[in-house]
Design a protein. Sequence first.
Length: 276
Amino acid sequence: MLWLLLLQVWASCFWLGHSEVVTSFESSCPQFFFREIPPNEALEPQNPAWICQRYKNQYFFATLYDRNMRIPVYSAYIYQPGPGKRPKGWLVEPQLMGPAYPKTMEKEWTLINHYNVSLEKLSKSQAILQDYKNLTGLNRGHLNPNGHHHDYSSRMATFTLTNIVPQDEKLNGGAWNNYEQQTMIRKTQGCNITYVVVGAVPGNNYIAKGRVNKPSYLWSSACCVVDNNHRKAWAVIAENDQNQVELLTLGELEELLTELYGRGQVSLFDRECPRE
């Protein structure tokens, strides 16, 4: 009897350590968070999914996903930019349909043709490619940008629809892109490692006949470790219908998100990250 109990405990630990959709980031992919501490519960939606984003049997970042809105709440990753081409093709998250499906991201075509999954079943669990067709003034905006990763596999992992929101076209190609590709390079000078949490505040508008929420704001925050005794932090926020990005302190962003989400005081990083 004791042997059986130990076996069950071991099996559950194995499952937690290797699942794609997990019960907590602390138990499965804490490495993407400063001091291994994720943002607090003030950002959690009504129907969340914690995803350790896995591609080719390796974790690349973490996403808190809003199953109802069909957009990510936030993505957390380590900033490691590198040269390389932009990948093509889009992936989806099979385990949002249930634990019986593959633990790694797959293409819609693969699930339909090799796993006997209907597009209708897939669409109940998440956004699909059809949702992002025929958009006007919007496009598929990465939260976790592929340009912040150093090789093809890590960049390809960002091309999952669980990392995408309907983003204002001008913002995505303009001020937000400038922040991702230029400001981040300047800000991370002298950093040994930079942890990033980037997110989207749900709005009142939708695409795809009400299936996918269009965020009202996009935001990003970073905690940079210079050495054992020194850290620095910064943040930005942008309205998702304006081609403008506002640079903030980490503390200012947390206060603003506390108001926007209305679920209590928001904390994005461990307290050792400076708020001023």
